[in-house]
Each structure stands twice: as C-alpha cells, then as structure tokens.
Design a protein around this ligand. Structure first.
Ligand SMILES: [Zn+2]
Length: 292
C-alpha cells in the first residue's frame, strides 16, 4: 500500500534507498554553480545503496576507492589526480561501508554506472560478482580513445576489471518504456524488467550519462548523477561555470538536461533529487522511511 505523497503508482517500489559518501575532492565552488564564489571547497562523491526486494543490494555508482590511486599513478592519467586532489580513507569506499553494514561485497549482483568518470567507477573492482549496468556505446568510445583524450574525458581505464566486457549489461539492450507521471521525461530503460529501477538519459556532462529514478513506498528519488552538481543549482537554474565546458562531453546537451531537471523538480517537488556531488546530502543518510 502506498503511504507517500511522491510515489508514482504506475511503477514499482524498492525497500530502501541510502546515500553514502565515499570521499571528497577539492574544487573551486564557482565551477559547480555560477552564483558561488571562487574559493576551494570539498566536493563530496556520493553513491547510492538500493535495497531491492528480490535482487538484494544494488549500487548506483561506487564513488572513490583505493583503486583510484593505482589507476592514476602514471602519466598522463596522473593529471586527473592533480586536477582534482582527493581526500579518501579506506573506510570511505562503498565496499567498506557495505561491509560495515554486514553486507558482503561479493553478494552484490548489480552495480549501475551513471557514467565512466573516475569518481563514479573507482570501486567497481571491489564487486567481483556484480554485473555492470552501463551505456555500452560510452564504454566503447572511451576505451578506444588515446590516453590523453581518456584523461580529458575523466576516464581511467585501469579502474575497469579485466572481465568488464563480459560483465557489462548494456542499458541500450534493456527494455525501453514510456514513462507516465515523470514529465518532462518521456521514456526510460526498465533495468531489471520489474519497473523498479528506471534509467533516464541525461546527456551532456559525460558520454552516455544516465540518471536513475526509483521509489520506496514512501518516497521517490531521482538520482541525477552529474547532470547537476547540487539540488540548489537545479532549483535556481544556475549552470556550472563555462570553464567546465572544456572537459564535458556536449555543452548544448548539458544545458538541455539541466533545464529538463529544473522542469522535473518544478513539476515533482516531493521527489528527492540527488546529485552525486550535492553538498546538501553530504554525510546524510537518506532513507525511504524518513524525510531527508
Ligand atoms: Zn562526472
């Protein structure tokens, strides 16, 4: 039975949604939101633990992990760590935080990757039995780039396990469904075929970026990855600084996705919009059974 005010009755529910923070990086605040100042701030890297009634623990991204240091050791990949110095401790990784909750990372069957930036995929080696649900087109493009263009695209190939392609479940191969009640978004991908997890295309920030819509019985969530860097930026429609356009995939697609998010938030104010680097949800556990 539905108890909440933000649910979508045409789609199904998961048991719980939790946001965890897997470390931070230092960045200029104005780059993330034009109305902010030119000062260094710590930007959190969140990922999301979804408790599914049938499939158990599912991750949306993994955030940082120790593998980041290894993968960014050699030039030109080392440029990534100089551009965004990170603050990370072993207990911050998604796998360590799951272990602390009594969940064996080996038991995780699905890890959804919003996009291939290193601050989203650093932990995927820690989930040896998981399938990776991600955009296959993006993977193929990135893996075939020369090293310096991979760095510019925020991609560190060593983060991927050797059997990545065998474990990749391409989003594009999954059923595309019409969405009702999630305007302005009209279609999405039903990731598990049970209408609990719906991937929504959010192009622009990175090649093949997808967000994820899901809901518990009490609360709906739109995990918008890096289509915006904070909920506040979406609400006041303040785009990232133009300097970030030097490293993003497609400027006009980014603006479109950002405006669509603004429209979504206006039409669905009760839905919790969670950006992967949003300071407002930093260190805050967001649960399906309480307000965040
Ligand atoms: Zn990103």
């Amino acid at each position: 039975m539905w108890n909440g005010i933000s649910h979508n009755p045409s789609l199904k529910a998961v048991d719980m949604v939790e946001v965890i923070t897997t470390g931070t990086c230092i960045q200029k605040e104005k780059l993330t939101c034009r109305t902010k100042r030119w000062r260094n701030v710590s930007i959190p890297a969140h990922c999301v633990i979804i408790h599914h009634p049938i499939h158990g623990i599912i991750l949306f991204d993994t955030g940082y992990a120790e593998h980041f240091y290894q993968a960014s050791q050699t030039f030109p990949y080392s440029l990534y760590r100089y551009a965004t110095p990170i603050q990370f401790q072993a207990q911050d990784s998604a796998s360590a935080q799951l272990l602390a909750r009594g969940v064996d990372p080996k038991a995780v069957r699905y890890v959804i990757l919003s996009h291939f930036h290193a601050d989203h995929i650093s932990g995927i080696r820690d989930f040896p039995n998981a399938k990776f649900i991600a955009c296959q087109f993006a993977y193929q493009e990135l893996i075939s780039l020369p090293a310096w263009r991979q760095v510019k695209a925020g991609f560190l190939p060593e983060l991927l396990p050797e059997d990545f392609t065998e474990r990749l479940l391409p989003i594009e191969s999954l059923p595309e469904i019409s969405l009702s009640g999630l305007d302005p978004f009209q279609t999405g991908y039903d990731l598990l075929g049970d209408q609990t997890l719906v991937a929504i295309n959010l192009p622009g920030h990175a090649i093949g970026q997808f967000g994820l819509w899901c809901q518990t019985l009490q609360q709906s969530y739109f995990l918008c990855a890096d289509a915006a860097w904070s909920k506040e930026a979406v609400e006041i429609q303040s785009l990232p600084h133009w300097l970030t356009y030097l490293i993003i995939d497609d400027r006009s697609a980014l603006v479109d996705s950002f405006q669509q998010l603004g429209e979504f938030q206006k039409q669905h104010p009760a839905c919790q919009l969670i950006a992967s680097h949003c300071p407002a949800v930093w260190k805050q556990k967001v649960r399906g059974d309480e307000d965040a």
